[in-house]
Design a protein around this ligand. Structure first.
Ligand SMILES: OC[C@H]1O[C@](O)(CO)[C@@H](O)[C@@H]1O
Length: 307
């Protein structure tokens, strides 16, 4: 299976990340659509921009990379989103996500439902649900999707446990980092902070079939009701970690849609996530050759090849 006939709809924010190195296109669902598209899986983003220069620039970015702007609404009352991203200790990124912005007001359109009926997967996150208007649209669309992948992506202070719970209820699969797992399973009573206890709780409470956990230097794990796969982290010289988790998710999904094994899904996801941290911003350009070279270098490092 080569994934040619598969297609994914991503719902949520599209924005400019204002980084110390300059402004870069971003927004978790847009980043996922970007990487899927680069990896040869047809994808589209449903979002909303302002009727302004920043919005027109985002539209041209999408046009240039071959992502459709057909499902990007234009808001005449709210500006295109900008996020101030600062890099803290240990390469941790701190996001100041200004509100309200155009993507807080995505309106339901009947054609989105048609789009979803033909899509293999709907990808969504929690940030888009901070405002009632986009949240209502998302909740309506969740009912139409064939398969729902929730990228938990908690961005304080833009979420509440009640809304995250609602989004969890709808999910067939979720991706979250270890801190998010501790937080979300903590709301359900997991006081130990233990990964396996947390996973068990989410599986039992929500009946979620697939859970992907990223754990920084501890690598990543993929859980189904009767299996668990682990993959170690790849060590890199980090430029910035913006969008690394989003590229991880896109690579994981691309492999899954191609019918690859769990180990291949995790391996490729970890590799692309690591590669993106060596570049600036969430959507760097790259070719198959760039990824091959990166994987090869990492392999040589792992066997401690010395010239
Ligand atoms: O979506 C919220 C923020 O998260 C990112 O997607 C990275 O994961 C940024 O591009 C964006 O500013």
């Amino acid at each position: 299976m080569n994934g040619e006939n598969k297609n994914v709809v991503c719902f949520g924010e599209i924005l400019w990340d204002m980084l110390p190195s300059g402004k870069k296109p971003g927004g978790a669902p847009m980043n996922v659509a970007y990487h899927l598209n680069r990896l040869g899986i047809q994808s589209t983003i449903i979002s909303r921009i302002g009727d302004d220069e920043a919005g027109r620039e985002l539209s041209s970015f999408l046009d240039n990379i071959g992502l459709s702007t057909e499902n990007i609404q234009i808001d005449s009352d709210h500006e295109t989103s900008k996020v101030i991203a600062c890099i803290g200790a240990d390469n941790e990124v701190l996001y100041e996500i200004i509100a309200p912005v155009a993507w807080d007001f995505i309106q339901y359109e009947e054609r989105f439902a048609t789009l979803l009926q033909a899509a293999d997967v709907l990808v969504y996150g929690s940030l888009i649900a901070r405002n009632e208007a986009s949240r209502d649209t998302l909740l309506s669309l969740l009912g139409k999707a064939r398969y729902r992948l929730f990228d938990v992506n908690l961005r304080a202070p833009h979420y509440t446990p009640a809304v995250v719970d609602q989004l969890m209820q709808a999910a067939d699969a979720i991706k979250l980092n270890i801190h998010e797992l501790v937080a979300v399973s903590g709301w359900l009573g997991n006081r130990s902070g233990d990964e396996y206890a947390g996973i068990g709780l989410l599986q039992d409470y929500y009946g979620i079939q697939e859970i992907i956990v990223t754990k920084g230097s501890q690598g990543a794990s993929y859980y189904t009701p009767n299996s668990r796969h682990d993959y170690p982290a790849v060590s890199v010289d980090v430029k910035d970690t913006v969008g690394s988790g989003d590229s991880f998710l896109a690579a994981f999904l691309a492999q899954k849609l191609r019918g690859e094994t769990s180990d291949n899904m995790l391996e490729f996801a970890t590799t692309l996530g690591a590669y993106v941290t060596t570049q600036s911003g969430a959507c760097p350009p790259y070719s198959r050759m760039d990824l091959n070279r990166f994987m090869w270098e990492k392999y040589l490092e792992s066997i401690q090849w010395k010239q």
